[in-house]
Design a protein around this ligand. Structure first.
Ligand code: FAD
Length: 346
């Protein structure tokens, strides 16, 4: 029986070893890729280099071949392309069938997707179908000396960072939050190999139909804090909704936007789309100014990768100072207008 176990183990290892390549699923809407896909190509290039394998983009859609060229410019060397009318709009079933077909046929070692609405839906369905593990909402990815993907994500309400690996199954699958990984440099004109496939699927067999597409372009008041270069964020220390006007003035001086902690959002002082942190957005601006924010771990995971953090808090023991490049111990109601005033003089 021992020999049989050894034989089984050997076969399993051989099977795992037959999976090769790092894949990044390129999420697109109407031919435009989600930025997180390019961020993942940046990280994917690093993983592929460590593993000594190819970095591949997986592009599904209709009239989306240009995305393969864009993926090459961000570091992919190969692209699997399924370009058919049936893939024009994202629907779970056809995307699931097609991606599982590609995985079965080409056996990637690692598959990465953005932790967006689409990525969360598709990755879970694919992992279930191909019977492998999935680590959702990762904030860090690395390769260990046994070719395992070490997937780090906040756990237990953000109080610990858990590193998870999937050493018994392939592919190793992760979704990664947008803006966690830096954007890679773009090198126009880099070429790669496109593997064009066509997948036999009938529109009539798909239960979900797209009847109408309503654009989610928000009104003029909509602000994308995730893409902002300067963010002035307020927390419970702001005391009241109207005091955020003071942060807006500072943000305007910097050409930035106003963000908030969850306490400020829960108090109704700021809309949810401005929340920074584990259950809000991940941001990495050039400068993040935290005003009256204590620095709970759930807030820190959303902003600690900012290039520079300036914290204003009257409590010198506040944990926010541990991640701050510059800390001002003082009353924000005096400090913030003073900074704005000084900037106006410059
Ligand atoms: P507090 O912790 O109350 O801090 C207020 C700070 O203001 C204090 O440090 C105080 O010294 C300072 N202050 C008060 N008055 C002044 C003044 N006049 N001048 C200067 N400083 C002053 N939180 C998030 O932010 N984002 C998330 O995405 C998020 N997700 C969560 C998910 C889970 C599962 C859980 C359990 C919690 C989550 N939280 C999140 C909540 C988080 O744990 C904290 O409760 C929250 O971040 C605290 O917000 P705060 O720093 O604004 O408030």
């Amino acid at each position: 029986p021992d020999e049989e176990v050894d034989e089984g183990e050997k076969q399993r290892r051989e099977l795992l070893a037959s999976y090769r390549g790092v894949w990044v699923f390129i999420e697109q809407t109407e031919g435009e890729a989600a930025r997180v896909s390019w961020e993942l190509l940046g990280k994917g290039a690093e993983l592929a280099e460590n593993l000594g394998v190819e970095l591949c983009a997986v592009v599904l859609g209709h009239q989306v071949e240009h995305l393969c060229a864009e993926a090459f410019s961000y570091g992919a060397t190969k692209a699997y392309l399924l370009d058919q009318p049936v893939f024009r709009y994202y629907r779970t079933d056809p995307y699931l069938d097609a991606l599982c077909y590609l995985i079965d046929r080409y056996k990637p070692e690692v598959v990465l997707m953005g932790a967006t609405g689409l990525g969360r839906d598709l990755a879970g369905a694919v992992a279930t179908r191909v019977k492998t593990g999935l680590t959702a909402d990762c904030t860090g990815l690395d390769i260990d000396d046994k070719r395992n993907l070490m997937q780090t994500r906040p756990a237990f309400g953000g109080n610990i960072m858990a590193t998870i690996m999937c050493d018994k199954f392939r592919p190793q699958m992760s979704t990664v939050r947008p803006h966690v990984m830096p954007m890679p440099e773009k090198t126009e004109g880099r070429s790669g190999e496109i593997i064009r496939k066509s997948f036999a699927i009938n529109e009539a067999d798909i239960f979900t139909k797209v009847l109408e597409v309503i654009s989610d372009k928000k009104g003029k008041d909509h602000v994308d804090i995730a893409g902002a270069e300067f963010i002035v964020s307020g927390g419970r220390g702001m005391m009241a909704k109207e005091n955020f006007a003071m942060l807006k003035e500072l943000a305007d001086e910097l050409g930035g936007v106003v963000g908030a902690s969850r306490s400020a959002v829960d108090a109704g002082w700021m809309p949810q789309e401005r929340q920074v942190g584990q259950t809000g957005k991940t941001v990495r601006p050039k400068i993040y100014i935290a005003c009256g924010i204590s620095g709970a771990i759930q807030h820190l995971v959303g902003m600690q990768d900012s290039d520079m953090v300036i914290a204003i808090n009257r409590d010198r023991e506040a944990p926010i100072f541990e991640v701050a490049s510059y800390g001002i111990v003082g009353d924000l109601f005096q400090v913030v207008p003073a900074i704005t005033e000084r900037l106006r003089e410059l």
